[in-house]
Structure formats: structure tokens, C-alpha cells
Design a protein around this ligand. Sequence first.
Ligand SMILES: O=P(O)(O)OC[C@H]1O[C@H](OP(=O)(O)OP(=O)(O)O)[C@H](O)[C@@H]1O
Ligand SMILES: [Mg+2]
Length: 179
Amino acid sequence: MQNDIQEILISEEEIQQRIRELGAQLSKEYAGRTPLVICVLKGAFIFMADLVKVITVPVEMDFMAVSSYGGTTKSSGVVKIIKDLDTSVEGRDVLIVEDIIDSGLTLSYLIEMLQGRNAASVNVVTLFDKPSGRAVNLEAEYTGFVIPDAFLVGYGLDYAELYRNLPYVGVLKPEIYTK
Ligand SMILES: O=P(O)(O)OC[C@H]1O[C@H](OP(=O)(O)OP(=O)(O)O)[C@H](O)[C@@H]1O
Ligand SMILES: [Mg+2]
């Protein structure tokens, strides 16, 4: 698996350090409130698990599964809901946890959906932001790392469902997805 990686972009230590900073920032922001923290599966599951451990305010959690990439490196543009929330978001302070914002299509769909269900507030924390990929104008309230224009894998990010379990984020060798 490591042999398919061209370059490690962000190390395990750098990721963990940045998550501690985000946790401290979010704990301040949500002091006195109990946000509903929503994990966007599958990609965000590792970030979600590490992030909630360093948030010190009480949180409720729920999970949604959406997919638009399938086995490719380009968004299909169609966001498919595979699993919806179990919890009502009405009147709740919602914090969406994403692994990456690339085209922005997944999040713009989700934000509109949650606002339509009358959440009191909808904020986004993303570990990675790839501004060069944007198809819609969208920014997260909290961002871990701004990353360059390359297809990345690791720390939850997959190519054709592989590589999510790498503890760092790396650039996949192009010959892997062009072969
Ligand atoms: O900004 P976008 O271009 O919409 O890309 C970002 C989304 O794409 C990935 O999910 P994917 O659809 O690959 O599903 P997965 O999380 O199961 O890998 C990633 O986890 C984000 O949810
Ligand atoms: Mg994916």
C-alpha cells in the first residue's frame, strides 16, 4: 500500500497536532451549547473519531453516508444519500465534520438539506480543503489544512475504497489511477 504513495504530504504527527488545535477552537466556540456533530461517512470517520476526543463540551453525534466519487478521481456531481441521519436537526446547532472539500458539491447539497430541515445553525469543520477543485463557491468555518491540486489518499480518504487506513495523507502515484 505504501508503495503506491508518491509523497507523504502531511504526516501523522502534523495531523494530530492540528486536530488538537481545532478541538480547542471548537470547544471555545460551542461553550455552553451541545452541538449535534454529524460525520459524513465514509471519508470523515477517522477525523470524527480523533476530533470528538479533543472537544471538551458535550456533543451528540450522528452519521450520514453520502457518495459522489465511486471508483474515480472526479466527482460525478450527483450526491447520493446512502444513509440519512437518525436525529432531527430542527433547532439544533449542527457541526458537519468532513474529511475534504474538493468541488464543494457534497457539502453544498448537505448544508442546503440541513438548513431546509430547520437547524438553528450549520457550521462545517473540514480537515482538508482543496480550493483548486471548487465547482461551487463554498468555504468551511474551520479548516485543518489547505492542500494542493492532487488526488490524495489516507486518513479516511480513499481511491476505489482503498488507502483509508493510512495514518498520514499522501499523493497517490498517477499510474495507480490511470492504469
Ligand atoms: O467536495 P466534493 O468534490 O464533493 O468532495 C468531497 C467529498 O468526496 C469524498 O466522499 P466520496 O463521495 O468519495 O465518498 P466516501 O466519503 O465514502 O469516500 C469526501 O469524503 C467528501 O465527502
Ligand atoms: Mg471517496
